[in-house]
Design a protein around this ligand. Structure first.
Ligand code: FES
Length: 272
């Protein structure tokens, strides 16, 4: 059982949860994730670790309500307990001194990007972060990113904050302005797909963190399988980060949409 120490609202559907998990706080690295469960029979929800406080023994998770389980999770209150939190899972991010690194985070993808930006800075890189969202309310963790990166560029679809435009427009501006040695992109699959099309055009190596459906998180069930360079990989144990230019995003998008009718049914049954 893991206690929810604090809960903070980012926007109507996005929350920051600080959860007691001392062992995970101590051993997590950038790129790792956890699987959270509410109730013995609850769905297993994969969430990337945004921050960890080793002294307090807590980890920070950012949750967006997209289906029944994540909606249940964000309805939980401070002081309540999650049934379990398993992790740290997945391979840590490959951090090197690349030179100038462009980090693109879309929506809640900014949360898993934060520890990567911090680790890249610690390794001596110049880090430029592009944070994107549909509108101002969907831009999260801006202060934390400003504290970690050399430069932060905000892009909103409707122009309600920062510059008006898509994340790829913000990225291309930077690429045209200075030499970029490496990119990281984390966000919705469709966003990562277009970030990778852009960086491929400019020949910039790009890593993405994939948010597939997961069940066991240990490489046993195959729910998270994905094609990388024509080979089947499991996101939970081989990833979650991969060479974005090798990912079959169309297959991933199809698989992500595969359970939408069942998800809607479960959500409506719960709500009624
Ligand atoms: Fe089951 Fe990855 S979640 S194999």
């Amino acid at each position: 059982m893991n206690k929810i120490v604090s809960k903070e609202l980012y926007s109507e559907k996005v929350f920051k949860l600080v959860v007691e998990a001392p062992l995970i706080a101590r051993s997590r690295k950038a790129g790792n994730f956890v699987i959270v469960r509410i109730g013995e029979k609850g769905e297993r929800i994969p969430l990337t670790i945004a921050e960890a406080d080793v002294e307090k023994g807590t980890i920070t998770l950012v949750v967006q309500a997209v289906g029944l389980s994540s909606t249940k999770l964000i309805k939980m209150k401070e002081g309540e307990y999650l049934t379990d939190v398993v992790g740290p899972l997945g391979k840590p991010t490959e951090i090197e001194n690349y030179g100038t690194v462009l980090c693109a985070g879309g929506g809640v993808g900014v949360a898993p990007m934060l520890p990567i930006v911090q680790a890249l800075k610690a390794a001596g890189n110049k880090v430029i972060a592009v944070l994107a969202g549909r509108n101002k309310d969907l831009i999260i963790m801006e202060d934390e990113m400003r504290a970690a990166a050399d430069e932060v560029i905000i892009m909103t679809d409707d122009g309600s904050y920062g510059k008006k435009g898509l994340v790829t427009q913000g990225m291309e501006e930077v690429i045209n302005r200075e030499k970029v040695d490496k990119c990281f992109a984390i966000g919705p699959a469709i966003m990562m797909k277009f970030c990778c099309i852009l960086t491929k055009k400019y020949g910039i190596p790009t890593d993405v963190s994939l948010n597939t459906i997961m069940v066991d998180g240990t490489g046993m069930c195959g729910a998270c399988r994905i094609s990388i360079g024509g080979k089947t990989k499991f996101v939970c144990v081989d990833g979650p980060e991969f060479d974005g230019h090798e990912v079959d995003f169309d297959e991933m998008l199809k698989r992500l949409g595969g359970f939408k009718p069942q998800e809607m049914e479960a959500y409506e049954a719960h709500a009624s």
